[in-house]
Design a protein around this ligand. Sequence first.
Ligand code: SD4
Length: 326
Amino acid sequence: MGSRRDFLRISALSSAALITPSLSTFSFAGKRKGNKPLMISTWNHGFGANEAGWEILKDGGAALDAVEAGVRVPEADPKERSVGYGGLPDRDGKVTLDACIMNHEYECGAVAALENIMHPISVARLVMEKTPHAMLVGEGAQTFALAEGFKEENLLTERSKKDWEEWLKKSEYKPVINIENHDTIGALAIDAKGHIAGACTTSGAAYKMHGRVGDSPLIGAGLFVDGEIGAACATGLGEAVIRTAGSAMVVEHMRMGKSPVEACEIAVKRIMDTHKSRMENLQVGFLAINKNGEYGGYSIRNGFNYAIVDTENGNRMEDAQFKMKW
Ligand code: SD4
């Protein structure tokens, strides 16, 4: 988890000079030949997500099933402190989860501030498939989940409880993301039919205000899919992604002809331009894929990595390009 920590660390070097590679120097992008599937997921926990997703994609399964199955892996893993079970709670000690999912036909579902349900992504999928709505929140989302047969369970592990109790001693609440403790999973996939889907799920910013919702369940912010163009997802400070409609912006730039990595860079730059007075410790990263199977990632600061799996090269980790060093 070294590179993740580097990404999240508050570093004395955070004011380091900007590194601005020209768009033509990007190397972290791959081309998909023919209708071969691929899946890309944020961070080190993206590796396990890709493994689960690939089991579906390699046999001709649907991208939507792959991204859902993929992100369920960290959702159920108590060692992942920023997704699902074991996620760090809000400042009131409650684990509240945000998630969304979208397919290649502009169908989407989301849940926000959902408590006591281990797999918010699967609830989000049912919001998409079984309701006329795009999003359910809080108690309403939980009632829906229980009616659909999900189990109510305590998601606050002893370890997360201890960390929260430690945090309570100072309770230093700042309305900024706790950058040591966030690590959303976003996953994007294209299947053998050329269908694209995406999923995003998180416990959000650690020790956030109760009721705070980040970018991750918001279609257009934490995730966006256009089946004719491509898909994008975000990680990092949700408020900055919401303010700029980050993932929708990435997809719109791909629509205008930019490659995934170029489009991600444009969205990163927009956030930097619009957050000039709020850049201290600000981190946001985007991943994107397009219909041709090109992919890429870009973040404000170094340390953002992702897992990518395809037929040619299997599952592996790559580092995203970035604008500046911590
Ligand atoms: C949020 N974007 O709730 C999420 C947190 C995150 O990596 O992405 N962490 O703001």
